[in-house]
Design a protein around this ligand. Structure first.
Ligand SMILES: Cc1cc2nc3c(=O)[nH]c(=O)nc-3n(C[C@H](O)[C@H](O)[C@H](O)COP(=O)(O)OP(=O)(O)OC[C@H]3O[C@@H](n4cnc5c(N)ncnc54)[C@H](O)[C@@H]3O)c2cc1C
Length: 399
């Protein structure tokens, strides 16, 4: 079969990988949009335990509609233009998010392990992910609910973090340098013979109720099937085909610092109270990421917002005052978020030859391989093994 994949982030690349492995002819079309590269600028955590993050749950986001508090913000104008999205988010149309998505993420973690055994790729992998808390009661509560190994203040200190009562460590999880995964996947796809059309914004052309081709400024690309996996931009493409997947962008900021060769933190951690992730994937590079802002595609962060993050990071890194950190890079990512927190994977309602795979929001890196396998099963006309398809059914948003 000839399959055209529109969107070359981590989801589109894993989809292309598995479809090509099955012997399909695959064309991947991608262009960076709105100054972002979400699949490069993220925290790189492959983390089923990240699913139920208590401080960035949708309930909390919604309770802070209009207040700029900490890392979470919803702009009033986006809220007013998307009342249906926020209405569903409040009611949570589908229940069981945590259990189902943790299960999907656990499968994805296993797929990743198999993938990295099979495909050689330099990704600066660091084992273990820890959620850190300032109150020990929070540590106990979290571990009781979600498992993991409790660590105390001194163990957190040994990892390079200070000012915490302790944390919950998930040793089977890991983090990677997402930019290296991105580049590695692109290289692998090229070697496998996936045709890449890069840096060309594209549109789908519809004729008589079915998609005829993808159009870029260098011409038209035809296929037997089309996959829309365009991250936070998926909604725009789908709406032009008469379907609304209710995906909103939630932007975040990533800052990369040169540590001058000093290993500052040994393991990746989430500072739970502040929604900040810290990791050091190699001796020179410290990664700090934060913010979950539903403000549309807004391309810059004020200096005060960057200072806010570093103001929260500083007291929590051992010996920060003596450290020399030089910011060398920063980037914005737009998480593709549905209101019920389940992705949308499956046939586009009303179409036989178009599929959608998007909406993994905060966990798109973690969930990309499992999402790809779910979609692959659907293209083959099979029931996916990774999740009950009702949870990801695109038609749940059709009125
Ligand atoms: C600060 C931050 C931290 C994060 N940390 C983690 C983490 O630790 N672990 C985790 O699992 N997830 C994390 N995420 C979420 C994760 O990064 C995203 O969910 C994931 O990258 C989404 O991948 P995607 O391939 O679906 O979309 P994208 O990466 O957005 O890829 C879609 C691509 O399609 C392109 N495109 C769109 N429309 C068109 C068009 N018309 N023509 C051509 N190209 C088009 C876009 O430009 C883009 O390149 C984080 C996100 C942020 C912002």
């Amino acid at each position: 079969m000839k399959i055209v994949v529109l969107g070359g982030g981590v989801t589109g690349m894993f989809i292309s990988y598995y479809l090509r492995k099955d012997g399909h002819s695959v064309t991947l079309i991608d262009a960076p949009l709105d100054g972002a590269r979400t699949s490069k600028y993220n925290s790189g955590e492959i983390t089923p335990s990240g699913v139920p993050v208590p401080t960035i749950g949708m309930g909390l986001i919604l309770s802070r509609y209009f207040g700029r508090m900490g890392p979470i913000y919803v702009s009033p104008s986006v809220f007013l233009k998307n009342l249906r999205w926020f209405g569903i988010a409040r009611k949570k149309m589908l229940g069981g998010y945590e259990e189902q998505i943790m299960g999907l993420a656990a499968k994805s973690l296993e797929i990743y392990k198999g993938f990295f055994n099979e495909v050689e790729m330099e990704i600066d992998r660091i084992e273990g992910i820890t959620a850190l808390f300032t109150e020990f009661s929070q540590v106990k509560e979290y571990a009781q609910k979600w498992g993991g190994q409790i660590i105390d203040q001194s163990e957190a200190y040994n990892m390079g973090y200070t000012g915490f009562a302790g944390g919950v460590r998930f040793s089977e999880e890991f983090s990677i340098h997402p930019g290296k995964l991105f580049d590695g996947l692109r290289k692998k796809l090229t070697e496998m013979g996936v045709q890449m059309i890069l840096d060309k914004p594209a549109d789908l052309k519809k004729v008589n109720g079915s998609v005829k081709c993808v159009v870029t400024d260098i011409g038209e690309v035809t296929g037997d099937n089309y996959v829309i996996t365009a991250g936070a931009w998926t909604r725009k493409i789908c709406v032009s085909l008469g379907y609304d997947p209710l995906i909103l962008p939630a932007r975040g900021l990533v800052m990369l610092f040169d540590t001058g060769g000093v290993r500052i933190v040994k393991e990746t951690a989430m500072i739970e109270g502040n929604g900040i992730s810290i990791s050091q994937h190699n001796p020179n590079l410290l990664r700090v990421s934060s913010y979950f802002e539903i403000v549309g595609f807004k391309q810059s962060f004020d200096e005060s917002r960057k200072k806010w993050v570093m103001g929260r990071v500083r007291p929590h890194l051992v010996g920060f005052d003596k450290l020399k950190l030089t910011k060398i890079e920063e980037g914005i990512g737009y998480r593709p978020c549905t209101p019920d927190q389940f992705p949308v994977i499956g046939k586009l309602p009303g179409y036989q030859n178009v599929f959608i795979a998007s909406g993994n929001c905060r966990l798109g890196v973690t969930l990309a391989p499992a999402t790809a396998l779910v979609l692959r099963a659907m293209i083959d006309g099979k029931q996916p093994e990774e999740i009950d398809s009702k949870y990801v059914d695109p038609s749940r948003f059709v009125m």
